[in-house]
Design a protein. Structure first.
Ligand SMILES: O=C(CO)[C@H](O)[C@H](O)COP(=O)(O)O
Length: 269
């Protein structure tokens, strides 16, 4: 399930043959298969190649973006990057960046962001995204809407034929009468085509609601069929009083870097 991507120069092969042959070694050895986390790290490191000294940077959230933040901190400590200002997209990333000594600010002080690097839960062939399964969609959307370039980093498992094909599309809602808002979302898409479900901590149906960094709840929409007109769906969700934001990031990504078994590919808008 690969979107047609433009290979990077040489399209590095990530599935490498094991070490040099010794006289006792078999003629060929099994390929080294990289883990999903190693693929995420490769995509993240490629994205950090876009970072230049003096930039204001949106720092993404999640297991892929974490590698990018680590890499930026390494380059700062090595003196290869200077005068970076990071704008974290979550409390968790704020903590990570702070602990690594990355100078931090926010959109109030730095409303123009040069570049944001973040992961995604789904990417379609038009570079539309689902984000927010980690719960940080609101701050991510605010910061990534304010940036000149938005580089998305994923392993190939995130590529989908259409948005909503592979899991939840999160909607951040105010806690006040969340059941009412959940019900309106459910009615909007119909019981036959969608399941709207409050996100809770843990697996139990009776667990406490998951609370976002902004003190809100999340209703996850599980679509059973193609959403169709994404812009219309986005507008309809945002018109609903009680909804704060949703996890469809339409037309926002300027570049998507995908690390997969057969190499790293990059697609630009
Ligand atoms: O949107 C997000 C958090 O709100 C993440 O970017 C998204 O969930 C991808 O996470 P990961 O890199 O861990 O797969």
């Amino acid at each position: 399930m690969a979107i047609p991507c433009q290979p990077l120069i040489g399209s590095e092969k990530l599935s490498m043959e094991a070490g040099p042959l010794s006289p006792m070694a078999p003629i060929s050895q099994p390929p080294v298969i990289l883990t999903q986390d190693e693929l995420k790290k490769i995509a993240a490191y490629k994205a950090v190649d876009f970072v230049q000294s003096g930039m204001v940077l949106g720092l993404g959230t999640g297991s892929t973006a974490k590698h990018a933040v680590d890499r930026i901190a390494d380059l700062l400590h090595q003196g290869k990057l200077k005068n970076i200002i990071g704008i974290p997209t979550s409390k968790k990333t704020h903590q990570q960046a702070l602990s690594l000594g990355i100078p931090l600010s926010d959109l109030d002080s730095h409303p123009n962001v040069d570049l944001a690097i973040d992961g995604a839960d789904e990417v379609d062939s038009d570079l539309n995204l689902v984000k927010g399964r980690g719960g940080s969609l609101l701050r991510e959307k605010m910061i990534e809407s304010a940036c000149k370039k938005f580089v998305v980093i994923v392993d190939e498992s995130k590529l989908v034929p259409h948005i909503g094909a592979n899991g939840a599309m999160p909607v951040e809602v105010v806690p006040f009468c969340w059941k009412f808002t959940q019900e309106r979302l459910q009615e909007m898409f119909g019981y036959a085509d969608c399941l709207a479900k409050l996100r809770r901590n843990g697996d139990s149906e009776s667990g406490e609601p998951f609370v976002t960094d902004n003190g809100n709840y999340i209703v996850d929409l599980f679509f059973k069929k193609d959403i169709g007109d994404l812009k219309a769906a986005s507008d309809a969700i945002l018109r609903l009083a009680g909804v704060v934001e949703h996890g469809m990031f339409l037309g926002m990504a300027t570049t998507v870097i995908v690390a997969g078994e057969f190499g790293v590919t990059m697609k630009n808008k």
